[in-house]
Ligand binder design. Structure first.
Ligand SMILES: [Zn+2]
Length: 335
């Protein structure tokens, strides 16, 4: 039996994938192309036929890309078994060769169309993590995860390099991930699909009030998997923040007050910090209020060399970082 270790993205995606539409009827009625026995396989033997297929595949792919979802494409091998050879005017070697061509065509299209949220993510992470591991990071961290495939790809690679990994989800103001999934659902699913490899999970890029919405009804076993919270200063939604031109530092006392409300829910919390809009004043207020022992519990975390791998392009679309928003410290870290 073939190995099932090759992960199929549509089995683990939080979003419904698309598949094809009526490619045969499009060819016949819209492109006036004759299909012997309704089979598209013979088209692969000519340049014009192949081009027609590619252009229809591309139309489908573009719909999927525009909606940031994946697509399952079928090889054009229906009625491509040897018993159909004579019916299609082909020899058996010829029909088998066209089967090969059908697979190659989709492989080319996949190479051309893959995005970071498709399995190529794993490849991307692998080369980056290879460098981070070689240079000796202690732990990997993937932040602002909204896409389960991406999280799973990062965990898979962390495992290959035997590195601990922190997986932090970004939530919306309703306490759910973009797309509507709950924290309960995604943490359980990621753990199930990766055999609890994640060292701890986190939540970031949401105000502590909205994180509370996500945590309030979370079952205890899932809450125990959360080791990191990094709250936004602002109560605004991601969409509102994206359209804000000024820094929204929020109200620091409200921030830490609501942050503290989270602590009792999270007995396994290891690190606290800020996300968008926060600065050292938020950290100072937070650390004072939660009364962590700065010397014993905090400095070791600060000194830890985190290998941060970036999250999705989707996230970057929502949080455009301009040159003015960042600076590099003397160690080369970007803040
Ligand atoms: Zn943020």
């Amino acid at each position: 039996m073939a190995s099932q270790s090759k992960s199929l993205p549509h089995l683990t995606s939080s979003k419904l994938f698309l598949t094809e539409a009526g490619i045969e009827t499009t060819l016949i009625y819209k492109r006036n192309i004759h299909l012997p026995s309704f089979s598209t396989l013979p088209l692969l033997s000519t340049e014009g036929g192949t081009e027609a297929l590619v252009s229809i595949y591309r139309d489908y792919i573009n719909v999927a890309l525009a909606h940031s979802t994946g697509i399952v494409l079928e090889t054009r091998t229906w009625r491509g078994s040897p018993s159909w050879a004579s019916e299609l005017g082909l020899s058996i070697p010829q029909i088998l060769d066209l089967n090969r061509a059908a697979v190659n065509l989709l492989q080319d299209l996949r190479r051309e169309s893959q995005t970071p949220s498709t399995p190529i993510a794993q490849e991307n992470y692998r080369s980056q993590v290879h460098v981070l591991a070689e240079e000796g990071v202690d732990m990997l961290s993937i932040m602002t995860v909204t896409n389960l495939n991406e999280g799973i790809a990062a965990i898979t690679v962390a495992r290959e390099f035997n590195l601990p990994i922190h997986v932090s989800f970004s939530i919306e103001i309703d306490g759910r991930l973009r797309g509507g999934r709950t924290l309960d659902d995604v943490i359980r699913e990621v753990d199930r699909l990766t055999e609890n490899y994640t060292t701890y999970f986190g939540v970031n890029c949401a105000h502590p009030r909205h994180i509370m919405t996500a945590l309030r009804d979370l079952p205890e076993d899932v809450r125990l998997r959360i080791g990191s919270i990094r709250g936004n200063a602002s109560l605004k939604s991601h969409e509102e923040l994206d359209n804000t031109l000024v820094l929204d530092r929020g109200d620091v006392s409200v921030y830490v007050g609501e942050f503290c409300g989270l602590l009792n829910l999270l007995p396994e919390l290891k690190v606290v910090g800020g996300c968008c809009g926060t600065d050292e004043e938020h950290l100072e207020a937070l650390i004072s209020l939660v009364e962590l022992d700065f010397n014993e519990r905090w400095t070791d975390k600060l000194l830890m060399k985190f290998g941060l791998i970036s999250s999705s392009k989707v996230t970057e679309q929502f949080f455009k970082i301009g040159a003015d928003d960042t600076y590099h410290d003397e160690n080369g870290w970007r803040w």
